[in-house]
Design a protein around this ligand. Structure first.
Ligand SMILES: O=C[C@H](O)[C@H](O)COP(=O)(O)O
Length: 156
């Protein structure tokens, strides 16, 4: 079975160059059917939560399957995206965390710090990431379900 993804990308000004490189890679990847760019544009200055929340809301609404967010560290983008109910986001810097972010945690969003990791590593991790699919019949589902149940109890 061939899975294709609808992917959103976004950054603040501190992550603009990586976001652009990743967007271009995604647009060429046969596993990607749609790329939505939530900015920023060149020279634009936008607070990272504005972009992180917009991408996470697009994921939560089902308009895209996944998102890639870039800021200086990746931290602010992950914090922001995780505020949107139903969204799981994490910063990644290595191959194993990339794999587990999907297979253990069913994260829909990964974030990078442009000031933290090299561009080629970030691009490689995105390439790997598109190959992972969460298995809802795996033992990890029940653990992720604890988070979902908490959100539902909270009514968020
Ligand atoms: O997590 C936040 C990002 O790294 C952002 O790009 C920079 O934020 P700052 O300007 O508040 O350091």
């Amino acid at each position: 079975m061939t899975i294709t993804w609808r992917v959103a990308v976004g950054s603040d000004e501190a992550g603009y160059e990586y976001k652009e490189a990743i967007r271009q890679d995604l647009e060429k990847d046969p596993r990607v059917e749609l790329v939505r760019d939530f900015g920023v544009k060149a020279g634009e200055v936008v607070a990272y939560p504005e972009v992180g929340l917009a991408v996470a809301e697009a994921v939560a609404r089902g308009e895209v399957d996944r998102g890639v967010l870039v800021c200086g560290t990746g931290i602010g983008m992950a914090i922001s995206a995780n505020k949107v109910p139903g969204v799981r986001a994490t910063t990644i810097q290595d191959s194993y965390s990339c794999e587990r972010s999907v297979l253990s945690n069913n994260c829909q969003i990964i974030t990078f710090g442009q000031r933290v990791i090299g561009l080629e590593l970030a691009r490689r991790l995105v390439h790997e990431w598109l190959g992972y699919v969460f298995d809802p019949s795996s033992p990890s589902q029940a653990k992720v379900g604890v988070i979902t149940a908490y959100e539902q109890r909270r009514g968020t």
